[in-house]
Ligand binder design. Sequence first.
Ligand code: DHB
Length: 317
Amino acid sequence: MEPPSEKMGQIDLSVDMAGIHFENPFMLASGILDETGGSMVDIAEHGASSVVTKSLSLEPRKGHPNPCIVEMEWCVLNAMGLPNPGIAEYGKEVKEYREKVKKPIIASVFGSSIEEYAGAAAAVRRLGVDAVEINGSCPNAAGLGLQFGQDPDVVRELVKEVKGAAGIPVLFKLTPETGDILSLAEGAKQGGADGLVAVNTMRSMAVDISTRRPLLTNVYGGLSGPALKPIGLRCVHEIYTELGDGIPIIGVGGITTWEDAVEYLLAGALMVQIGTAVSYHGPSLFADLCSGLATYMEESGYSRIEDLRGSLRGCSR
Ligand code: DHB
């Protein structure tokens, strides 16, 4: 299939979000096929409007030993442990992407303190990325994520410091592991976030009954894939119902088909990220998503994403 363009017939798939222009609402999620500039170029050339890098820190990290991935029918558990070569070394991947593709690239960052997050944000800005995504919700590395993402006051402070250091748009990736996603979303907004990414993976576990041991060396891992979709949708809907157009939402969690993406848009997402499904279906998935969405919009009488977005706002419990 031909890579999609911004306009498919009368249908305009483009979206402006956080002051950045995207040719369609489909973004590569962090952590999937984003180890090298070459693989991110491939994703963009197959139709993704933009990519998010793997989560990066100032210093390199090895990550957890194998096995760190378990595949199941409706989900994948992973506990990679945030492996990455460090921001300086990863610079060459961003450079390659920049040279070959004229589409936005967003850097996912993490750290062990608010200062480290801010330092990482300043460093990725120097690499020339378009925006920062704060991974305030990695479920698998002690002291490197989740404890920054579950307290609204900490979220606000973290976003404020990162925003001050970055000088470019800042997105905050929310954990679904909370009893109050709205307060976390409000905290990020008050800190100055330009967008919310909902949701990250959820801590989970798998057991090998023959060895009577956990399947993952890390014991727990982040759950992604189709099983996460209903939870992601509920989070997006809750946030959009309360905050409306006050802050853009990027929906993520279990999107495999264009129908899944439409569900997220109706719930209130302006854009969506695709992760696990890309690891199964490859980069060509993006062209299928674009053409399926364009056909649906044409048949339903919508010409722009904004017209379709959020139709389910506030539908009552
Ligand atoms: C890892 C990080 C994440 O943010 C996530 O959602 C799942 C796994 C990791 O590197 O272990």
